[in-house]
Design a protein around this ligand. Structure first.
Ligand code: ZN
Length: 196
């Protein structure tokens, strides 16, 4: 049986500023659109985030606001960030520590999945939609939903992970050779090697 796919249409705001946990996009910056068509492991990076204004700005620059409500000339507060990080940190406890010799983090065992499910189900917006061949997709409406559903898929699939060798964000390590989270990071690392 084919798996149900997960899709998300995100918007990152490199020009966003954060003051006292209030995220603002000034001017006309419409952000940078990015899409995902499978679960991604950066939810675990979110779980480790120290929620300072700087860290929040960095997150919004790369992935966007967790409520996906940012727009030019608009401010969004960070209510819910801490709660989401707590839930995701509980999921992350299912994996071994990142400092294993091979750098890969594996599912190790029991977590209180029932409590996590209970907390996650309170605020999730991820309906099933149909593709052109009537195939089902889980469509994450907001970044927070994408992270929660990604975590859920990865727990179910016991997906091994490692940190990207370039940006240190978590990435699925389905192949032992996977060292980077994205083409962007792979290219960055290559350019560094060439410049050295
Ligand atoms: Zn990376």
């Amino acid at each position: 049986m084919r798996e149900i796919e997960l899709v998300f249409d995100g918007r990152a705001f490199p020009a966003a500023s954060v003051t006292n946990h209030l995220i603002t996009v000034s001017g006309r910056s419409n952000g940078r659109r990015w899409t995902a068509s499978k679960p991604l492991a950066f939810w675990r990076t979110f779980a480790e985030l120290e929620l300072t204004d700087d860290a929040i700005a960095g997150w919004v620059a790369r992935y966007g606001d967790i409520k996906s409500a940012l727009a030019p000339g608009r401010s969004v507060d960070t209510t819910g960030w801490e709660q989401l990080a707590l839930i995701l940190a509980l999921v992350a406890r299912a994996w071994t520590k990142p400092d294993d010799p091979d750098g890969i983090s594996y599912i190790k065992g029991e977590i209180d999945a029932a409590a996590i499910a209970d907390a996650a189900r309170r605020d999730v917006d991820a309906p099933v939609i149909f593709g052109p061949s009537f195939e089902p997709f889980v469509h994450a409406a907001r970044l927070r939903d994408f992270m929660l559903v990604s975590a859920s898929f990865m727990l179910r699939d016991k997906t091994p992970m490692r940190r990207c060798a370039e940006c240190r964000h978590w990435t699925a390590a389905s192949h032992a050779a996977t060292r980077y989270c994205s083409n962007t990071c792979r290219l960055k690392a290559m350019r560094k090697r060439e410049a050295a």
